[in-house]
Design a protein. Structure first.
Length: 405
């Protein structure tokens, strides 16, 4: 079912929340999350060898002092430890995403984590890396296979022909199949999304018909720019599959630096990887952690998401670099996400036991405590919370709980 068709400018469905809600959810579903055709509750637990082939405040410091900012257009390069730099996206929170990247500069080479949503933004990030070092990129680690983390892979292959790409084993199957289908659907539907946003902004309204705030105006303008940039570049996209895959864990020793790559369990996707630097106690989380509003999604794994985050917290990182948003100085925000996801799971499972339908469950599950803590009084962040957290999260939790019956 193509929900974009229900959201064309002037559509009588525009002000109906049950239809409008599919606009941001579809962006997430088509571009950034795995398919609903996945089998719930199935994951390999055995360890295998790698196979070749308060959350609304900006957390701008960490235990060892503030990161050193170098603002460059839409990315800010922050030095978080010796030889470790976070390329933090500066676009405002919104419906369209571009991912953070990380440079780990070692004795003789560089490891890059994630590569952004377009080749041009990847080239911008790579240009900043080359200002820091002339060492070659040896490995690119993709924290999962969603477009906002992998589209720039081809830029690194062009610049460093011998580079190795590391990803979760499921990427070999999911990226060229589910990913390709989602990408095609997004290309077909995104122009309508852009026109929808423009139409609402022209009327000084948001997507649910409320008066447009300045925060929403800035965010929607950024959404349009990012979508149009994506659409202009995606026809030349080249699928770069992992040359090294991980089912459970892999450790890289690059000179004096140890880099641990771990699959802590399913959460935002079924392919989430965390990169952990034990000496520096830095965790690079991909979309297991997203600030200021988490990305749960209708095809995430709420029943397992909190457990993955608990394993992350158990590493006791002093710096957390999320998939989107600012560098976090401690584990306060991930602990809030654990509480949120546990609440979604437990309330939804209780509703299923009571025999409630999905619609009844959406009404009975109460996440107001977390919405207030995460979104505060922001109309934009409340909108994002509803459509990227509560509605799709409850849907996904309901599917998982129903499978257990």
């Amino acid at each position: 079912m193509n929900f974009w068709k229900k959201l064309q400018p002037g559509s009588p469905n525009l002000k109906q929340p049950q239809l409008v809600c599919f606009l941001p959810v579809l962006l997430l579903t088509l571009l950034f999350v795995t398919s609903t055709t996945q089998t719930w509750g199935q994951t390999k637990k055995s360890k295998t060898q790698p196979t070749r082939g308060p959350a609304t405040e900006s957390p701008t410091s960490h235990a060892k002092g503030k990161p050193e900012p170098i603002t460059v257009n839409t990315v800010e390069i922050q030095k978080v430890a010796e030889g470790v730099y976070a390329a933090i996206r500066k676009e405002p929170p919104g419906l369209m995403f571009n991912g953070n990247c990380v440079f780990i500069i070692n004795d003789e080479d560089v490891v890059v984590v994630d590569t952004t949503i377009t080749p041009s933004s990847a080239r911008e990030v790579l240009a900043e890396l080359k200002k820091l070092t002339s060492k070659p990129v040896k490995y690119v680690i993709n924290t999962h296979w969603h477009d906002d983390h992998i589209i720039g892979n081809q830029v690194y292959r062009e610049a460093f022909p011998g580079v190795e790409f590391i990803g979760h084993a499921s990427t070999l199957v999911d990226l060229p199949t589910i990913g390709a289908t989602n990408r095609q659907q997004l290309q077909e539907g995104a122009p309508g999304f852009v026109e929808q946003i423009r139409a609402t902004m022209a009327n000084k309204k948001n997507l649910v018909g409320a008066d447009l705030t300045e925060e929403e105006r800035i965010s929607f303008t950024s959404d349009i720019e990012q979508v149009e940039r994506y659409l202009s570049e995606i026809p030349k996209f080249q699928v770069i599959l992992p040359t090294i895959t991980i089912q459970d864990s892999l450790t890289l020793h690059r000179g004096t630096r140890t880099i641990e790559i771990r699959h802590l369990g399913r959460g935002h996707s079924g392919a989430d990887l965390v990169v952990y630097l034990p000496k520096e106690r830095i965790a690079i989380t991909g979309d297991l952690v997203v600030w200021p509003v988490p990305l749960v999604g209708s095809t995430s794994y709420p029943a397992e998401f909190a457990a993955a985050l608990e394993k992350l917290v158990a590493l006791q990182p002093t710096v957390i670099i999320p998939g989107h948003g600012q560098v976090l100085p401690d584990d306060t925000y991930p602990k809030l996400l654990i509480r949120l996801l546990t609440s979604i799971k437990e309330q939804t499972e209780a509703a299923v036991v009571r025999g409630e339908t999905l619609e009844q469950t959406r009404k009975s599950v109460n996440l107001d405590e977390f919405r207030k803590l995460i979104a505060g009084d922001s109309q934009l962040k409340n909108f994002i919370f509803r459509f990227y957290v509560s509605d799709p999260g409850i849907t996904a939790a309901y599917q998982q709980a129903s499978q257990k019956k």
